[in-house]
Design a protein around this ligand. Structure first.
Ligand code: ZN
Length: 325
């Protein structure tokens, strides 16, 4: 509901507001804002001056925006505008299959991957999320929910141990039974950062959002109405401004995370355990799949690199070669 403009960007917005407006009303020229919700080709932009979010349409058919994008737009009426330009992105998180791609979010510092001790989380999705984050220069954080279930917690810790060993932070919480602790731990991690929240259904993602952002439910209904998205009330990506600073982009539950757009060179560097060994392969253009003298394969044989991680790498290299260009 509340959507204060980001103070740090206010000066830039003031500079660009009013371009082309002779009268200087501030409402007829080019304004700057942030995309805070998207549904299909419908976007909601929060003007940087803190005024009410406005529905905006992209000018060309090809320009697709992501939540978190900084844009300039031109008002057509009180509640509608047209995007003029997408400002340079720091990064862009998206998934892709053979034929198309789907944008998650832009301009991120951090990816929060929400897991739970139960139901069983997909390690494939976890691995892909981490690779996507590494490839985009976004810091991943794993949140393990439902840590109040002792037996399930022990099993989940065992599954996550290799990831913790790689240096990925794991925050254990129980959003339902220990909400205050969850707010403190996760709130501290999100403070002053731009984060995207990913999680399969059943992991407690929406409970967490409602905990971190008071009034998130009401805001979602209002945004849904503003987007004209009809009955699909919760199936859109949404940016929340956090009470203590920073923002959280909630992406609807995901079941797949294709990474066809990542080249082999990007993939090998997206595995932190591969990086220090890449220079040790016998062949300069080693694919780390079957080559003799491959330092990665040797590390897998010695148990220094998990076989499951190498299997994910091999699968992603295969997918990358399938892309229709
Ligand atoms: Zn190799």
């Amino acid at each position: 509901m509340t959507r204060p403009g980001k103070a740090s960007r206010a000066a830039g917005a003031r500079a660009s507001a009013g371009i082309g407006s002779a009268g200087g009303s501030g409402k007829t020229g080019i304004e700057q804002g942030c995309v805070i919700a998207s549904h299909g080709r419908h976007y909601l932009v929060a003007p940087t001056d803190g005024s009410v979010p406005i529905q905006c349409f992209p000018r060309g058919k090809r320009s697709e925006m992501a939540v978190g994008d900084q844009v300039t737009f031109e008002r057509q009426s009180a509640d509608q505008g047209v995007i003029v330009e997408i400002l340079t992105r720091r990064n862009l998180l998206f998934r892709s299959d053979q034929f198309k791609s789907k944008l998650f979010a832009a301009n991120l510092d951090q990816m929060v991957i929400m897991l739970a001790t139960e139901p069983w989380f997909s390690e494939d999705l976890l691995g892909r999320s981490l690779v996507a984050a590494e490839a985009s220069g976004i810091a991943p954080v794993i949140v393990l929910n439902k840590a109040d279930l002792p037996d399930a917690l022990a099993a989940a810790r065992e599954r996550l141990e290799p990831y913790a060993a790689l240096g990925y932070p794991v925050i254990e919480v129980s959003v339902k039974t220990r909400p205050d602790e969850a707010i403190a731990l996760i709130g501290e991690q999100l403070k002053e950062r731009s984060s995207v929240l990913l999680g399969q259904s059943g992991m407690g993602k929406s409970t967490l959002v409602n905990l971190l952002v008071p009034g998130a439910d009401v805001a979602t209904r209002e945004i849904s109405a503003a987007l004209n998205s009809g009955r699909h009330t919760t199936t859109f990506t949404r940016l929340y401004t956090l009470p203590d600073g920073g923002s959280l982009i909630d992406s609807p539950g995901f079941q797949e995370f294709g990474l066809h757009h990542l080249s082999e060179g990007m993939l090998e560097r997206a595995f932190p355990e591969f990086r220090p060994r890449l220079a040790d392969c016998k062949f300069y253009n080693c694919h780390h799949l079957h080559e003799p003298g491959c330092a990665i394969l040797e590390a897998v044989d010695k148990g220094e690199i998990a076989a499951s991680r190498h299997a994910l790498y091999a699968q992603l290299v295969h997918e990358s070669s399938q892309i229709v260009r």
